[in-house]
Design a protein around this ligand. Sequence first.
Ligand code: NDP
Length: 451
Amino acid sequence: MTQYDYSLFVIGAGSGGVRAARVSAGMGAKVAIAEESRYGGTCVIRGCVPKKLMVYASQFADAFEDAQGYGWTLPEPSFDWGALKTARDAEIDRLEGIYGRLLDASGVTRFDQHARIVDAHTVALRDGTQITAETILIATGGRPTLPPFEGIEHAITSDDIFHLETQPRSIVCIGGGYISLEFACIFHGLGTKVTVSNRSPVLRGFDADVQRHLMTELTAKGLDFRIGVNVSSITEKDGLKHIIYEDGSTVSAEAILVATGRSPHVNGLGLEEAGIETGKGGAIPVDAYSRTAIPSIYAIGDVTDRVQLTPVAIREGMAFAETVYNDNPTSPDHDLIATAIFTQPEIGTIGMTEAEARDRHDVDIYRSTFRPMLATLAGREEKTLMKIIVDKASDKVLGLHIVGHHSGEMIQCAAIAIKMGATKADFDRTMAVHPTSAEELVTMREPVDHA
Ligand code: NDP
């Protein structure tokens, strides 16, 4: 039998790669991992975690305003970008350290450098060392996609936001998806003048009521929108960046964020030489067990472009370990994934949109729009939206969509019930928790539309 240096070599120490490495090691595999940048990957270093810290920072703007309606008198608040950056960077350093220590404690050997696949069982490190492994796992994640606009070099990506030393006074966020809208809300909360620019209506693919509701709320908050416009070029003059659209109109700001999707990070991996063909945008095609066309090479997470979400990459990593090291072939379940968009107000969603459901089922729609209690004394006009889509024949809940405070937290709990196949009758017989916003989920009695 061939002797390999390791049973598993993982390329990429993001959420998926680290979990796969640790769990595999725990199952007895001799594991090594290579990381060319920082431990923790996109989620911990330049994504979910630092972003959520900035969401928290930006929410204080509303909280200070609301506090006055509740009897507080506050001095004029001011925000210090540098102080937030220092605190946030220290927290990310702390988390990165934990990631590294967890790997060490699991007995995983770390190589802090780029790795490239040489053949089905060999990787080469940047320093020239070649290492053999029975199995190779690619978990290199994704990178922001840069659209081919003339002058794109004048724009920044979400990666760059975490390195900005000063807060831009104005920003245009190009894109109408997760990243553009989350940062648009963050910057607005922190006092930056924000314009969102997209070629089509925002949140394409989301429920139409969610799109409408978010647009109404964000417009009321004072965000500016340029929708249905195509960027022609970007220039820089007099300390400002200028977007020129195809229709000749322009918009200017101190910074331009481009958030038009993320692509698999496969550059320099040696895939072609190893005999792995990539698909759309560079995605590595895999089977239901995350195995590539080469039986000893697997891939998980954003590099496979199945569902670009951290918890999905983690699940894929665990399913990989279960399959390869625990003699228990496990296929990650990509059905009914709940997700939250940390806009302000937040979005929580799972399952079908109304349009998708109507295509396949005869449905009842339950919808409630109400002013959350917090907004009353605060004197805020904002509304929360909750929408349940139910299959008339089986009474099963096909989709649930929430826009409002804490909808990420709510959708996580509701997702358990929906994943278990909950019916509307199950929702109805569940006692309300009062007074909460979430109680509305179990008190909607009449469908709004019998069409
Ligand atoms: P999204 O796919 O969410 O949105 C991309 C946006 O950019 C769309 O509005 C799209 O418009 C527009 N766009 C795409 N290509 C072009 C182009 N060539 N020119 C102009 N506009 C373009 O991507 P994001 O970058 O926002 O996020 C990437 C992924 O990261 C998400 O899909 C999500 O899975 C993940 N993510 C998840 C988060 C969370 O869970 N909270 C947070 C952040 C990221 P159109 O609709 O017309 O195609």
